[in-house]
Design a protein around this ligand. Structure first.
Ligand code: DGP
Length: 230
């Protein structure tokens, strides 16, 4: 894999890493639309970029998750929580290599969804965070903020397990609980997802270009939620 090389002020070669841009939010808030648009924009302007979606339903673990989400398989709440987490861990080596090789990653859902959906079922937040501790930490979380009423207007929820109004309300609450506990305000970027697709896209492009520039010299952060360990 080719690495982007630049010279710093002392003329020694340094490697530029890619940025880890995460999209989070409840169902039907426009995450995938914006993630795709950002991917297309960055690719068309010559950036090395990759779009990654969790859960990754292509792996054997992902196929079990898919069977669960489509109501074809029942699983204990804690067991499925651990499988979602395992699905992220199995991608870690690939994601890490891409970032270190200078590729920016646009990730659609991650451990924050993992915790929020399980907390919405009644599981304990600190327990839910444990299996994801030590994963890569994103450089930014673009949170698509939309009321459940607005997301419902977007054609209603579908057939999958979690696509129900009262459950989505709980997921929204869990996300804010998680953000409050995270005590890292600079990480979260809440965007009003009621705005037009194009206005949101413009804001996201600006945020992303600044981030790509600013984090290129920083080390990768393989310490997700480590500081919350007691
Ligand atoms: P999506 O393909 O982004 O619509 O995600 C499918 C569904 O799975 C959606 O309702 C959100 C849920 N989901 C995504 N990641 C996780 C996770 O890590 N844990 C749980 N419990 N649910 C998740």
């Amino acid at each position: 894999m080719s690495k982007e090389i630049s010279l710093n002020t002392t003329n020694t070669a340094t490697y530029k890493r890619g940025a880890f841009i995460l999209f989070e939010g409840c169902d039907r808030t426009g995450k995938s639309t914006q993630a795709n648009k950002l991917f297309e924009y960055l690719q068309s302007t010559g950036h090395s970029v990759k779009l990654w979606k969790f859960p990754d339903r292509t792996t054997p673990i992902g196929q079990t998750i898919n069977a669960y989400l489509t109501n074809n398989q029942e699983l204990d709440d804690k067991a499925i929580h651990l499988l979602f987490s395992a699905n992220r861990w199995e991608s870690l080596p690939k994601l890490k290599n891409l970032l270190l090789g200078g590729t920016t990653l646009i990730v659609d859902r991650y451990a924050y969804s993992g915790v929020s959906y399980s907390v919405a079922k009644g599981l304990d937040l600190d327990w839910c965070r444990c299996p994801d501790i030590g994963l890569l930490r994103p450089d930014i979380i673009i949170f698509m903020d939309l009321s459940i009423e607005e997301s419902e207007k977007r054609g209603g929820f579908g057939e999958e397990r979690y696509e129900k109004k009262n459950f989505q309300e709980k997921v929204c609450k869990s996300f804010s609980q998680l953000k409050q506990k995270d005590d890292d305000d600079s990480l979260w970027k809440f965007l009003d997802a009621k705005q037009s697709v194009e206005r949101l896209h413009e804001q996201i492009v600006k945020i992303s270009l600044d981030l790509i520039e600013n984090c290129s010299q920083l080390p990768l952060k393989e310490d997700l939620w480590k500081k919350h360990l007691g």
